[in-house]
Design a protein around this ligand. Structure first.
Ligand SMILES: Cc1cc2nc3c(=O)[nH]c(=O)nc-3n(C[C@H](O)[C@H](O)[C@H](O)COP(=O)(O)OP(=O)(O)OC[C@H]3O[C@@H](n4cnc5c(N)ncnc54)[C@H](O)[C@@H]3O)c2cc1C
Length: 240
């Protein structure tokens, strides 16, 4: 699809230092849950060596009306521009790209492994699967330092309550987190943890997203437990 301009409709805080940004969806813009776009800010007041374009997963699900991205607010010229951008301003989007999309064989378990902002493709995939009444069993392991960093966690907990095929295992790995703030898992995601919640994983397809270091570590962990690369899909969020 050729690059096109879209209008900024809304911005919402999604977690600590994390912003969801909503854009009007062009009537002819089709995408699959889990895909990404290149977003370019137009005539920004400032720029830096990384330029005016970043890749973002569409955290919105295809059945939703708007296009939505979610990002950590960092101190780059691009992020400052995005933060200050007024409602009604235009940006350019190019795409959709990528194959972080749910496998079609509904008898195979989907294991999603998200590090921090790596949750974005999984929000889209899980909400779309629920909407389409897919029968895949879906398990999400979602790692953050603290609950305040975990975008969409309340929404995903609600999905878990109403959708029997979805299990959410959130883990908060920050040290010194008081018990009254978090009573769930605190360990890093491991094969042992996945096995404890997922049972027989021999039929699973794995999806990893987040900072490059974490995605690399997850892939190594999976390979060390005899998971074939053919059964792993991953996306590294460069810049984190
Ligand atoms: C397919 C895809 C999907 C993504 N989805 C999301 C998303 O949903 N949400 C989100 O927040 N981010 C996502 N990202 C990452 C996003 O494109 C930005 O890189 C990130 O948000 C950081 O941007 P920044 O402006 O804060 O920092 P930047 O100015 O881009 O960079 C911060 C630091 O990282 C370094 N850096 C930048 N690019 C690279 C690179 N390619 N390799 C190594 N180092 C680099 C810079 O030199 C700098 O030191 C995605 C990336 C990809 C490739």
């Amino acid at each position: 699809m050729p690059a096109q301009h879209v209008v900024l409709k809304n911005k919402k805080i999604a977690a600590r230092e994390t912003l969801s940004v909503y854009f009007e969806r062009p009537h002819d813009f089709q995408y699959k849950a889990g895909q990404s776009i290149d977003l370019t800010v137009l005539n920004p007041p400032e720029t830096d060596a990384e330029g005016n374009t970043r890749a973002f997963t569409l955290a919105s699900a295809p059945f939703e009306r708007d296009l939505m991205i979610t990002t950590r607010v960092r101190n780059s010229a691009f992020k400052r521009t995005l933060q200050k951008m007024p409602i009604g301003a235009e940006v350019q989007i190019d795409g959709p790209f990528g194959n972080m999309t749910l496998h079609s064989n509904e008898t195979r378990l989907a294991v999603f492994l998200a590090g921090g902002i790596g949750i974005t493709p999984f929000r889209s995939i899980i909400l779309q699967a629920v909407k389409e009444k897919k029968t895949h069993k879906l398990i999400l392991f979602y790692s953050n330092r603290t609950p305040r960093d975990a975008a969409f966690i309340d929404e995903l907990k609600t999905v878990e309550l109403v959708y029997g095929n979805f299990l959410l295992i959130a883990t908060m790995t920050g040290s010194g987190l008081p018990d009254d703030e978090w009573s769930g898992e605190r360990e890093y995601i491991s094969y042992r943890m996945m096995h404890r919640y997922g049972g027989d994983l021999s039929n699973a397809v794995y999806y990893c997203a987040g900072p490059p270091k974490m995605v690399g570590a997850l892939r190594t962990m999976l390979n060390e437990n005899s998971v074939n690369d053919d059964d792993i899909r991953s996306e590294e969020f460069s810049g984190y």
